[in-house]
Design a protein around this ligand. Sequence first.
Ligand SMILES: [Zn+2]
Length: 159
Amino acid sequence: MEVGSQWYNRVATEIGQHQMTLGEKGAKQYKLDLLRRVAKRVDEFSDICAECQALKQEITNLLQELSLLVQMPGKEGLKKHIKTINKQVEHLKKVHKLVDKGHYMGMGIGIGMAVGAGLGGALGAAMDNPGIGTALGVALGVAIGMYLDKKARQEGKVI
Ligand SMILES: [Zn+2]
């Protein structure tokens, strides 16, 4: 795998500097880790996708605004920052079929809970444990979700 373009390297360095200044909590607030991963993907796709090409410019601008934002933090600025990142993530998901980290795990738990609750009535009565259906459903959902997340990771589909 290639190391990344000059553009990406510059972006990653800049994000790394912000992460150091902001500390772990601040970096999380600004979703810097996600932004770095998004930048990597956008960079990879920019050869074949015009929108990703445009997103690169957007990320460059975003980092410029971020430098100001960390000096003068504001709710509105942070909101706009997060919104821009989310919009880029949406593009990667919709057009390039990528998924969030833990995407299938969340889905598995949700479905497992619903299915488990449905089974729970009969099973719970038989075993004298009303929560057992949901517990089993969630356990199964976690197992399947973990498997699918791992598969997605191996296929390079996780942002
Ligand atoms: Zn794209």
